[in-house]
Design a protein around this ligand. Structure first.
Ligand SMILES: [Zn+2]
Ligand SMILES: [Zn+2]
Length: 290
């Protein structure tokens, strides 16, 4: 019984369960023992069903938008409000703590449960501001939540306000924080390369004007001693190449950005001056008369 329901995505209509040979007696027994739960008339979920999906199913909807992205480890901005997709025929009473969406059939309808990945990201592009929407698109690609051709398909239907950001999308941004810092720096006039190579040491998250490397913390895999050691090794290697390194964390991006930007501007200006000075010394050596 539970195997069938799990295979259906942990939530299913009575119709799909009976079509797979589940009898009403089996269903009743499983509800009594708590292995499955009745979410609303004709809709059942596993006992271990995600509480947010259960809440959406109870009012005849499906989890969607940023709520689905977040559940799959895709960048979804900062709001923790529940986003629920309703079928066009729904008469659900609006719940002020949730945000409701009407499904666009073109991107697939999947009710109950979770909206399709395409539907979820399409809705998120309308809910999120520009930098978070672009970060969600890059994150969806990076995590494999959607394929590049699906991202291109969404780009065609994206709101106009996102067109400039969409033109600057890269496929190798390692986190939402990283995308947002890159977009802000590009807007400030810098040339920024995502995942800039440091010979012998892999990559730095961002390389600004080819002279300052930035690693953007706030990702789970930055924790732990091994990662700490690798990061520090790379800082030393980058510095040895004459590339100054900064390490910034989430609060520097979302709480004290003007100060962070000023620090980056200063670091880039200093690095440029250093580079010019070095070039100056080389030229003096080559120019024999001195
Ligand atoms: Zn299950
Ligand atoms: Zn939404």
């Amino acid at each position: 019984m539970n195997d069938v329901l799990c295979a259906l995505g942990h939530v299913a209509s009575l119709q799909s369960l009976t079509s797979r040979g589940i009898s009403s007696g089996q269903l009743r027994r499983s509800v009594t023992t708590g292995r499955i739960q009745r979410l609303r008339r004709g809709v059942y979920g596993c006992g271990h069903l995600d509480e947010r999906i259960a809440r959406a199913a109870a009012i005849g909807g499906a989890l969607t938008c940023v709520s689905v992205l977040r559940a799959h480890g895709v960048w979804a901005g900062h709001s923790l409000r529940l986003h629920i997709q309703l079928p066009p025929t729904s008469s659900a009473t609006p719940d002020p703590t949730a945000r409701f969406h009407w499904a666009l059939p073109r991107f697939g309808l999947r009710i109950p449960g979770e909206a399709t990945p395409l539907q979820s990201l399409w809705q998120a592009l309308h809910c999120l501001d520009e930098e978070n929407a672009i970060a969600a698109m890059e994150s969806a690609m990076w995590t494999g939540f959607l394929r590049p051709e699906q991202i291109r398909q969404l780009a065609v239907h994206a709101p106009r306000r996102l067109h400039d950001g969409i033109r600057r999308i890269v496929a190798n941004s390692g986190s939402g924080n990283e995308t947002i810092v890159r977009l802000r720096l590009e807007r400030a006039g810098f040339t920024v390369v995502a995942q800039g190579h440091v010979p012998g040491m892999g990559h730095q998250d961002l390389v600004v004007d080819d002279c300052v490397g930035i690693d953007v913390d706030g990702r789970a895999w930055h924790e732990g001693d091994d990662r700490f050691a690798t990061d520090r090794d790379r800082d030393v290697q980058a510095e040895g190449l004459g590339r100054h390194s900064l390490r910034i964390r989430t609060a520097h991006i979302f709480q004290t950005w003007p100060h962070t930007l000023a620090v980056i501007e200063r670091a880039v200006a200093d690095a440029r001056r250093d580079r010019e000075r070095r070039h100056g010394r080389v030229l003096v050596k080559l120019g024999d008369p001195f």
